[in-house]
Design a binder for this molecule. Sequence first.
Ligand code: URA
Length: 240
Amino acid sequence: MERLQKFLAHAGVASRRSCEELILQGRVKVNGKVITALGTKIDPQKDIVEIDGKRVKKEEKKVYVLLNKPAGYVTTSKDPQGRPTVLDLIKDINERIYPVGRLDYETEGLLLLTNDGELSFRLTHPKYKVEKVYQALVKGIPDESDLEKLRKGIRLEDGITHPAKVKILQKGSNSTLLELIIHEGRNRQVRRMCEAINHPVLSLKRIKIGFLSLGSLPKGKFRPLTPEEVKLLKMRVGLV
Ligand code: URA
């Protein structure tokens, strides 16, 4: 027996959290009956699971893609405003993959996409402490006490951030390039952190997730992860 949301995530439907939302929204049926209780266990061998009336099959080939996202793309599969989505940049992949976490419309850089719901869940959950490295060009020149606030954790409207690693990479006349390393993935987190020290972000790029970096991958291009990279990522979050 397996918990329904885990079964859905393993089947590559979405991340475990998004699967929980699908259940709560009443979009999931087991053996013809709508299930909204998150604790529900199912027998993946016998039970028939449907989302929006479409059967969910147990296993799908797992696909892992690393994209260098340009600014001007949304990180969702559909945008109500009709803006381009990161999936428009992924060609020749037959499986339904979706982004691991989110980058803002204006943010560039490393984005993973996969249909491996469990890996996606773990890479984004703060519990697994997978570091995300950002380069933020901010307005003005933050001083040491500003940076210390980010290092200690800063109060945002949704709570205090976990301590960040922060250093100055380059100072301009009225802007500064910072490197920030965080392992949370709250909405617009880096932008809000920098705003909170009165040095708003002018541009933002993610250059690493864990050991994976953009390397020389051109903007707008993607590549599959190597089997070795997939194995190392899984090991990092306790999946092998
Ligand atoms: N933090 C942000 O503010 N934006 C992103 O896109 C990623 C992290």
